[in-house]
Design a protein around this ligand. Structure first.
Ligand code: NAD
Ligand code: UDP
Length: 320
């Protein structure tokens, strides 16, 4: 990989964005991190602020952005159901207007742009495991729609800019990813269970806990999207990125209890509307085109994530 590019990361102060900024800096690039801190805090990127090659800009991607860069990773968007349902109109605006603004920037500069799409484009899938050729089963008017349909429309925009304006695009569909720097209050299952276990609170399983998810560790994910950016021009995606290991939510709860040594009880709570019943990526394409597969087991990744939250909770900044 050639070094010394100036790379824009939107949503760069978020959970995945901060890991990506770190990785790009470590490869010798200049990084421009753009974020409006809607779901993140400066704490995630504080350790990068002293780096001369790192620049932070507070900006909302629903407004045009005029900067000069060589590549764009577009991550800006709230990702957890609690966060994206908090202001659903803003969520759709972020996905759709954010995509239009970043694609416009890429078009003016004639540069590559990568979109972090999501397994939510498959909705509550009728095909299992999910392959990229599956068109999905998405409710267009439900509580999750602002996110699912916003991301689907963003994919449409990426492919239309590619066909209409010959723009170099890369689209990855990310399946549930976890790790250090997840927001402790974002309501996602991994952060919820770990925080509950560490604090000795009840572990809240929604529904019967038999729904499944596949959990990918952040470092594996970042490795895949950096590889995707480096692929030849004819590789546009969409490409699934995730860990094909599939676990029920109950299995996850039991593993978190075991690894934390917690005495928390498991309790049941109502299942949210349109909660997908099962989810597992088919990653054959990622394997073939990126030479990639995840290397971190759930047990190992959870261990690292538990270590992070343990430290965070003991330093009393968790509520930020
Ligand atoms: P996150 O909430 O930690 O990060 C998102 C970042 O985007 C935050 O820093 C937030 O402040 C910023 N942001 C939100 N709206 C913005 C706006 N209008 N302008 C500028 N910045 C804005 O979430 P994450 O897990 O790091 O997700 C990053 C990307 O990956 C998102 O696009 C998400 O949809 C996608 N993704 C994540 C997962 C996952 O499991 N983590 C799964 C599928 C897709
Ligand atoms: N979930 C749960 N307890 C929680 C949080 C989530 O049982 O405290 C469930 C949720 O209903 C879903 C799964 O865990 O079935 C994954 O939820 P998350 O919000 O992490 O991601 P998504 O539903 O977007 O995959």
């Amino acid at each position: 990989m050639d070094v010394g590019r100036r790379i824009l990361v939107t949503g760069g102060a978020g959970f995945l964005g901060s890991h990506l900024c770190e990785r790009l800096l470590s490869e010798g690039h200049d990084v421009l991190c753009v974020d409006n801190f809607f779901t993140s805090s400066r704490r995630n990127i504080e350790h990068l602020l002293g780096n001369k090659r790192f620049e932070l800009m507070r900006h909302d991607v629903t407004f045009p952005l005029y900067v000069e860069v060589d590549e764009i990773y577009n991550l800006a968007c709230p990702a957890s159901p609690v966060h994206y349902q908090f202001d659903p109109v803003q969520t759709t605006k972020t996905s759709v207007l954010g995509a239009i603004n970043m694609l416009g920037l890429a078009k003016r500069l004639k540069i590559k742009i990568l979109q972090t799409s999501t397994s939510e484009v498959y909705g509550d899938p009728m095909v299992h495991p999910q392959t990229e050729s599956y068109w999905g089963n998405v409710n267009p008017v439900g509580y999750r729609s602002c996110y699912d349909e916003g991301k689907r429309c963003a994919e449409t925009l990426f492919f239309d800019y590619h066909r209409q304006h010959k723009l170099a695009i890369k689209v990855v569909r990310i399946f549930n990813t976890y790790g250090p720097r997840m927001h402790p209050n974002d309501g996602r299952v991994v952060s919820n269970f770990i925080v509950q276990a560490l604090q000795g609170h009840d572990i809240t399983i929604y529904g019967d806990g038999q729904q499944t998810r596949s959990f990918c560790f952040a470092d594996d994910l970042v490795d895949a999207i950096v590889r995707m950016m480096g692929t030849p021009a004819d590789v546009t995606g969409p490409i699934n990125i995730g860990n094909p290991g599939e676990f029920t939510i109950r299995q996850l709860a039991e593993l978190v209890i075991e690894l934390t040594g917690s005495r928390s009880r498991i309790v049941s709570r109502p299942l949210p509307a349109d909660d997908p019943r099962q989810r597992r990526p088919d990653i054959s394409k990622a394997n073939e085109l990126l030479g990639w597969q995840p290397t971190t087991s759930l047990r190992e990744g959870l261990g690292k994530t538990i270590g992070y939250f343990d430290h965070l909770l003991s330093t009393s900044v968790a509520a930020e």
